[in-house]
Design a protein. Structure first.
Length: 68
């Protein structure tokens, strides 16, 4: 089962758009552009509240530790 995580490698602010891009197999830049459009369509404040809630709820990607 695929899980949604915040990206550790492909992030600008919190890694949410990078994580969504990895989850949906889409370029994260497209996800960021859609997020910016949604921000202006819905209003900046409601979008920011939703982004902050998602930042708190979506876990970070687990770190891979190379053990020998």
């Amino acid at each position: 089962m695929k899980r949604l995580y915040r990206s550790e490698t492909n992030k600008k602010i919190a890694g949410l758009c990078g994580g969504l891009g990895e989850y949906m197999d889409v370029d994260p830049t497209i996800v960021r552009l859609v997020a910016i459009i949604l921000c202006f369509v819905t209003g900046i404040f409601p979008f920011l509240i939703g982004y902050l809630i998602a930042w708190l709820i979506v876990p970070e990607a687990p770190r891979m530790i190379n053990e020998k």
